[in-house]
Design a protein around this ligand. Structure first.
Ligand SMILES: [Zn+2]
Length: 347
């Protein structure tokens, strides 16, 4: 049976990078492809359209729509996403990130500035082809590679506030990345500091601010999720993706009188290479995490089967489930839906 009236995954990567052959070339002599090698390589390689597998899974799990996005750190492009949206306007909408600025700075052609990144964002959103900003906030690629030193908390918040300004101008949601995969190195300071978002949410109370992964991109620690919940509970404009949460974790958000189903968005990381680890009898019995000792996963991990199973165990009303699975996404991204009054009213 379909899980809800209208099912939208708000965190999907329809592009993939064929890293295998390149990785084997580079690692001649060594047995397993390591995550550290893959991270570097993914920034250099060109992605391909992986929508055939995505459409297969949408059919399999009755997922009506996907919010597709480029990954901030890898080579995925806005252009390929727009092509997919134009081919299947009923199935996809896209977020944008300032890729051109990022890539030019990566190649050493320009010095990355938040002003240049925001100009590009403004230009992209003015086309009307995008419904939000993400994945994550614009960031200097050389900070991600480690070529440049980290900047201070104050400077990073200043940069993120500039990006919030663009979201406010275009009245679109913007994403704040949280969580860690364990495999890839992620030198994005805010991802380990969800509480910094208090400043952003309070300064722009009308801009929907969404936590990528709601603190769990991988691993069993609830620490980042607790911090995301703290921000979400104290600002009306803060939302969380929950697609990588295990069943028990949902109750933390659902039972908090200042959060509830209207602030959760079903968003996994479809297309990312994050396997599900099982430790039966322990808590949580399964969770997403990259396994460094086993090396890179080469198949398309089935995150939807796992994630929908976690939600299926929730003892909550179908109306609340419908909000998490699609109703909130329809409201925040202004998605086309044929009928009114099919979802609980949210102020
Ligand atoms: Zn992602």
């Amino acid at each position: 049976m379909k899980m809800g009236r209208f099912v939208v995954d708000t965190h999907v990567h329809s592009q993939r990078t064929a890293a295998g052959p390149e990785l084997r070339k580079k690692l001649e002599g060594s047995k397993k492809p390591k995550y550290s090698e893959l991270g570097k390589l993914l920034r250099e390689l060109k992605p391909y359209d992986n929508s055939e597998r995505l459409l297969f899974d949408m059919e399999t799990y009755s997922v009506d729509m996907c919010v597709i996005r480029p990954a901030m750190t890898f080579g995925m492009t806005n252009e390929l996403n727009v092509q997919l949206v134009e081919k299947y306007p009923d199935k996809f909408v896209a977020l944008c990130t300032p890729r051109e600025t990022f890539e030019k700075a990566m190649r050493g052609e320009i010095d990355w500035t938040i002003e240049a990144a925001c100009e590009e964002l403004d230009r992209l959103l003015s086309t009307g082809k995008f419904v939000g900003i993400g994945e994550g906030m614009p960031i200097d690629p050389l900070i991600l590679t480690g070529a440049k030193k980290q900047i201070s908390r104050e400077e990073r918040i200043e940069q993120m506030l500039k990006a919030m300004e663009v979201a406010a101008k275009h009245k679109v949601p913007i994403y704040y990345h949280t969580g860690h995969t364990m495999g890839y190195v992620l030198r994005m300071p805010e991802t380990l500091n969800p509480l910094w978002a208090h400043d952003l949410a309070a300064t722009f109370p009308d801009v929907p601010l969404i936590f990528d992964h709601g603190g769990i991109q991988g691993w069993w620690w609830e620490h980042f999720t607790d911090q995301c919940l703290h921000v979400a509970a104290s600002h009306d404009n803060v939302y969380m993706e929950c697609g990588y949460w295990w069943t028990e974790l949902y109750y933390k958000a659902l039972l908090d009188p200042n959060i509830g189903a209207e602030k959760l968005l079903w968003g996994t990381d479809w297309g990312a290479s994050i396997p599900i680890y099982a430790q039966p009898g322990r808590k949580p019995p399964t969770y997403p995490v990259q396994l460094r000792k086993q090396g890179v996963v080469t198949h398309q991990v089935d995150c939807w089967g796992w994630s929908l199973d976690q939600m299926d165990r929730l003892e909550i009303s179908q109306d609340d489930l419908n909000l998490i699975l699609g109703g909130n996404a329809i409201r925040l991204f202004k998605l086309k839906f044929p009928l009114t009054r099919m979802f609980k009213h949210v102020e």
